[in-house]
Design a protein around this ligand. Structure first.
Ligand code: HEC
Ligand code: HEC
Ligand code: HEC
Length: 465
């Protein structure tokens, strides 16, 4: 069944690419229908669509300039090259203004573009395929209620053979099953809502589940933690040591809502973006439903983890030793770990590393980024800093969470020395010693060479065939 559908799409792709001009012309006439559909959308559907689009974080990958929401151009780094999120405003020339309802549903449910071409799974249709037609149409109604913005999407930077969309037909055969979400009647309403959010709209697996040789999600290790352009999206199963089993429900809700739980973790990188653009806008019942569902996924344990990430470290015992070190004014020439820490980090995180009491500057011990056995996120945070906007609530004004990045200020060797110092003082005894080479790799957001990814891709395909 699945195979038939994919082969069908593949044939469509071949036929359509030869008949492109014809199709483009034929579809141009649909624009009248599209605008009728838009005016037909009612205010309530548009509002619902706005909430759903937020939960799905459509804006994150489709916006590069905040002043031009959904106008595309956002670069997504993949192991194969850069793919740009296209313009999805209702502009008729450079956006999706001429798309019919069925075109839009087909894109989200099957990863096929307007002209029948296969879309790259950097667009998480592998999750969006689970969304109901009603929800997809509400999202479209919302997008079509926004002003059209004319902005051409840059060409993807993918080398041969990855620039051939036809290979995606092969990818889909092994890694994609188009299917709507089927509620499980035996489970609670809350569990089902959580599953729909986690597996569909909020697409948590796209970041937190590792990928197989062909870059498909490895569902056997669902939510088990995965590399993400230099970062690690941690294991979020409820395993006590490797996952978030030691977090209270309320803490998980708070993390998703604010990106910060002092004494446990804060959200930077992709998670910071997910909180900023998407998760903080969800209602409390929806966030609670996400946690209820997460509580039911099979736990995954990694033997290297002997304590939860957040449980490592304590205020430096040798406070006096640290305090004794005079702050180094020209921090960029410092070379020792303690000096680098004192000159660059202690002003906010305090000399003992305990941060400030209200948690705005978090403690560096009992901090999952420092206590993780793999130091990827620690290095990425030092290189890139943290930028996250809290929208605020009825009783609290919105604010910006900001830590500067040190990429331009510290060398690879200095960052390696500083990180080893931090891990030793506040972190996990299982973290391997960090080298300058590793920092250099992290700088490029590189989690494996390009050649090795090509080899892995074809090995994976071959293994599966
Ligand atoms: C993780 C990043 C990401 C998220 C989140 C995302 N998209 Fe996309 N989307 C992409 C990329 C990348 C492409 C281009 C794929 C390609 O070129 O094959 C794309 C393509 C599309 C297309 C096809 C446009 C065209 O011109 O062919 C549509 C429509 C679309 N996305 C709508 C959405 C909607 C609606 C949402 C939210 C429900 C969303 N996207 C969320 C990354 C994303
Ligand atoms: C765009 C990628 C991305 C998406 C989507 C995403 N995450 Fe994350 N997540 C990350 C990254 C990266 C981290 C590590 C952040 C850090 O160290 O600052 C993280 C961290 C977390 C943590 C903290 C774990 C710890 O021990 O510190 C939790 C909990 C979490 N994510 C839950 C979720 C849930 C639930 C969803 C879906 C609703 C989700 N994430 C969606 C990338 C993502
Ligand atoms: C100007 C103040 C400031 C300076 C200087 C600073 N930080 Fe931070 N740091 C922050 C803030 C703010 C956060 C984010 C808190 C949040 O997310 O709620 C943060 C977060 C972190 C985190 C946790 C990130 C995560 O993903 O969970 C680590 C680790 C960290 N800082 C290490 C350092 C190191 C190492 C240095 C020195 C190189 C440093 N910081 C310098 C303000 C600062």
């Amino acid at each position: 069944m699945k195979i038939t559908r994919c082969v069908h799409s593949l044939l469509t792709a071949v036929v359509v690419s030869t008949g492109f001009t014809f199709f483009a012309a034929a579809h141009a006439d649909d624009s009248a229908t599209a605008s009728v559909i838009t005016t037909g959308a009612n205010a309530e559907q548009i509002k619902r669509g706005e909430y759903l689009a937020r939960a799905a974080d459509c804006i994150a990958c489709h916006t590069v300039d905040k002043a031009k929401p959904f106008a595309g151009g956002y670069p997504l780094a993949t192991p194969f090259g850069t793919i740009y999120g296209p313009n999805i405003t209702p502009d008729k020339e450079t956006g999706i203004g001429t798309w019919s309802d069925e075109d839009f549903i087909r894109a989200l449910h099957t990863g096929v573009g307007k002209n029948g071409e296969h879309l790259y799974p950097a667009f998480p249709y592998t999750s969006f395929t689970k969304l109901s037609r009603d929800d997809v149409l509400a999202i479209k109604a919302y997008l079509f209620s926004l002003p059209p913005i004319q902005q051409k999407t840059p060409e993807n930077k993918l080398p041969f053979p990855f620039n051939q969309r036809i290979i995606l037909a092969g990818w889909k055969l092994f890694n994609f099953t188009p299917a709507l979400w089927q509620p499980d009647e035996a489970k609670s309403v809350e569990w089902n809502r959580g599953a729909y959010l986690v597996e569909g709209l909020a697409h948590c697996q796209e970041c937190h589940t590792p990928r197989n040789g062909t870059m498909g999600l490895d569902h056997k290790r669902a939510f088990g933690g995965a590399p993400l352009a230099g970062w690690t999206a941690y294991n979020i199963t409820l395993d006590m040591e490797s996952g978030v089993g030691g977090w209270k429900d309320q803490e998980l809700v708070q993390y998703l809502k604010t990106g910060s739980v002092p004494g446990k973790a804060s959200a930077a990188g992709g998670m910071g973006e997910a909180v900023e653009h998407s998760l903080q806008f969800l209602t409390d019942p929806d966030l609670q439903a996400i946690v209820t569902y997460l509580r039911s996924v099979p736990v995954i344990h990694n033997p290297i983890d002997t304590k939860p990430r957040f449980a490592w470290g304590q205020p430096s015992q040798d406070d006096a030793t640290l305090r004794g070190i005079a702050p180094v004014s020209v921090s960029s020439v410092a070379s020792g770990g303690a000096e680098l820490f004192s000159g660059n980090c202690a002003s906010c995180h305090s000399a003992s590393g305990s941060g400030v009491t209200d948690g705005y500057y978090p403690s560096l011990f009992h901090n999952s980024t420092v206590g993780a056995s793999d130091p990827n996120n620690l290095l990425m945070v030092i290189l890139n800093g943290v930028q996250r906007h809290n929208k605020g609530t009825s009783d609290k004004k919105g604010d910006d969470v900001f830590m500067p990045g040190f990429a331009d200020h510290l060398s690879d060797a200095q960052i390696a020395t500083l990180s080893n110092f931090i891990v030793q003082q506040y972190g996990n005894s299982a973290t391997p010693v960090i080298t300058a080479e590793q920092v250099s790799k992290q700088r490029k957001g590189d989690s494996g060479g390009f050649l090795s990814s090509i080899v892995a891709f074809f090995q994976g395909l071959w293994r599966r065939v």
